[in-house]
Structures are given as structure tokens and as C-alpha cells.
Design a protein around this ligand. Structure first.
Ligand SMILES: Cc1cc2nc3c(=O)[nH]c(=O)nc-3n(C[C@H](O)[C@H](O)[C@H](O)COP(=O)(O)O)c2cc1C
Length: 150
């Protein structure tokens, strides 16, 4: 059996902006040895799969200044396995048209219930992520992977 640790990146994205951020975070994770990363839409993640991961990045577009329903549904499911998430590193990311910080705060409040080991600051981007945003996301992905290795 492999001892390799796994990071799950779960996101909601309708038009691709947040998905790009998820991919940039994954690229940062891949810079750290002996860590695997899975990037999935929130609706495709099962609670068992999430519980078995060693670290997480949760992301969403802003929808009415809140996280998208798809991510909220996953987090509601994870509430039942929250003891498995407790103490594990978590990074958050969002995009929006001005409401990205509010959306990030909404995820922060819910995930905070799981008693995570935060990897901050979260990444909140206006519109489609540009090169500087992707570089920041990569840097935070690398930090997340380093936190998982500790
Ligand atoms: C239903 C819906 C509601 C939205 N509400 C907000 C909002 O309240 N504040 C905001 O800044 N952006 C809002 N947006 C814009 C998106 O968050 C923004 O365009 C985002 O970058 C899209 O990300 P995506 O390409 O990953 O779907 C909304 C978009 C949709 C589809």
C-alpha cells in the first residue's frame, strides 16, 4: 500500500473561472514530492472519498455573494464525517464579480465547523484568473502540499 498522501480539490464552477484556479492550485501541489492530487467538481465527490484525503482545497464561484449550492451540498454531506476532516489542512478559493471575498467568507464559516488546519490566505479572484492570480494559486497549492507533508 502506498503511503503517498492525497489532496482533494473540490470546486463549483459554471463558466470555468474557478476551475482554472483549481487547476493552478493543483499545479502548485504537484511541485511537492510524494503528494497526489485529485481535482473534482464538488458534485462528483463522495463523502468516503473526501474522508480518506489528507488535505483539501474547496472552491466556488460567488453565487449571490455565497458559495454555490453544489459546494454547500458537499459540505453538508461532509458534516457527517467531520471527525475525519478535523485537523487536516484546508485552503479555500473563489472567483466572482466583486463578491468573491464574501463567497470565500461563506465557505470559511462552514468549513470552520470541521476544525481544519487552515492554509491561509485563501485565494479570491475577480473574474477570470490572470497570470498573477494563477501564480498566487500555485504558491498556495504548494503551501497546502507542504502542510500535508508535515
Ligand atoms: C447564479 C449566479 C449568481 C452570481 N452572483 C454573484 C454575486 O452575488 N456576486 C458576484 O461577485 N458574482 C456573482 N456571480 C458571478 C460569478 O461568481 C463570476 O462570474 C465567477 O467568476 C464565475 O465563475 P465560474 O466561471 O467558475 O463559474 C454570479 C453568477 C451566477 C451564475
Amino acid at each position: 500500500m502506498s503511503n503517498e498522501k492525497k489532496i482533494l480539490i473540490a470546486y463549483a464552477s459554471r463558466t470555468g473561472n474557478t476551475e482554472k484556479l483549481a487547476q493552478a492550485i493543483a499545479e502548485g501541489v504537484r511541485k511537492v514530492k510524494d503528494i497526489t492530487v485529485e481535482v473534482k467538481r464538488a458534485r462528483e465527490v463522495t463523502p468516503d472519498e473526501a474522508a480518506s484525503a489528507d488535505g483539501y482545497a474547496f472552491g466556488s464561484h460567488s453565487a449571490f455573494e455565497y458559495m454555490a449550492g453544489e459546494l454547500k451540498t458537499l459540505l453538508e454531506e461532509l458534516y457527517h464525517v467531520r471527525d475525519k476532516l478535523s485537523g487536516k489542512p484546508v485552503l479555500l478559493f473563489t472567483t466572482g464579480k466583486g463578491g468573491q471575498v464574501a463567497a470565500l467568507a461563506s465557505i470559511d464559516k462552514v468549513v470552520g465547523v470541521f476544525n481544519p488546519r487552515w492554509v491561509k490566505p485563501g485565494v479570491a479572484v475577480e473574474g477570470a484568473p490572470g497570470d498573477a492570480d494563477k501564480a498566487k494559486a500555485m504558491e498556495m497549492g504548494k503551501k497546502l502540499a507542504e502542510a500535508v507533508k508535515k
